[in-house]
Design a binder for this molecule. Structure first.
Ligand SMILES: C[S@@+](CC[C@H](N)C(=O)[O-])C[C@H]1O[C@@H](n2cnc3c(N)ncnc32)[C@H](O)[C@@H]1O
Length: 248
């Protein structure tokens, strides 16, 4: 799926994951942030988490993302909340950025993009060397609420084995050498805000841009999003942000 299609679909969303404002607030509380906490946010999207937490908790940090469109929105949001002296946003591929960036952070986050390390385990392995002693990782990851019917995972764009149940996910954290400390999970309503929140935007864009070379692909994305969210995603796919720390 092309980045441009996501940039169009997410046009009206500030949080590019199945969390509402309330859940993002709750995550900030459970993550025990303090003024001066330093955070590296990989695949930061429009930077809502960093900007909001800089405003609310005094967090300082860096967000990295591949999309210039999302980064422009992130910088505008930082200016809107008057936190541009505390957060900065850099264009880059997350894994490559990690190889070159100096220093460690109190919080290293990857919320909704564990493909950056080839899956959950690989992404945790990429993140661990950047975590300060005593620091935490925040990882946003899907899980299966209930066993998806045969072929449903593929229709949602995944393989069945890409994710486990919540219990399997705990086993995956253990195997990756991190301890699960806390979690905040999406629910049906917050998933709807994320997925259904894109439909009207896509429909309006298609009406305004019928001759665009990406119009066919976006129409397909809109059709699939509605069909698979209602048939399978809402029932079978969960998502949460997990608070983790390296096992000593
Ligand atoms: C589902 S969105 C999540 C964005 C943000 N973390 C949030 O929760 O609002 C995934 C993000 O990953 C970014 N992305 C995808 N592949 C990437 C990569 N290899 N390196 C950096 N960013 C990437 C996309 O541009 C997009 O902003």
């Amino acid at each position: 799926m092309s980045l441009r299609l996501h940039e169009i679909a997410e046009g009206r969303n500030r949080i590019l994951n199945p969390f509402t404002d309330d859940k993002l607030e709750l995550l900030g509380e459970v993550a025990r942030l303090r003024p001066g906490t330093r955070q590296l946010d990989l695949a930061c999207g429009k930077g809502e988490m960093l900007c909001r937490w800089a405003d609310r908790h005094g967090v300082e940090g860096v967000g990295v993302d591949l999309s210039e469109v999302f980064l422009t929105a992130a910088r505008a949001r930082a200016a809107e909340l008057a936190v541009q002296d505390r957060v900065r946003f850099e264009h880059g591929e997350a894994a490559a950025y990690l190889r070159t960036c100096a220093g460690r952070f109190d919080v290293v986050s990857c919320v909704g993009a564990t493909w950056i390390g080839g899956g959950l385990r690989g992404t945790i392995e990429l993140m661990l060397p950047k975590v300060e002693p005593g620091g935490i990782l925040l990882v946003g990851e899907p899980y299966w609420i209930s066993e998806p019917p045969p072929g449903a995972a593929e229709m949602l764009g995944f393989r069945r084995e890409d994710f486990g149940t919540l219990g399997d996910t705990l086993d995956r954290f253990d195997a990756a050498g991190v301890e699960l400390l806390e979690m905040v999970l999406a629910d049906h309503d917050s998933w709807d805000r994320y997925v259904a929140g894109q439909w009207w935007t896509m429909s309006d864009w298609l009406a305004a841009n019928p001759g665009d070379p990406d119009a066919g692909a976006l129409r397909d994305m809109l059709d699939r999003s509605r069909r698979y969210h209602l048939r399978y995603g809402r029932q079978h796919m969960g998502w949460g942000v997990f608070v983790l720390r390296p096992v000593a």
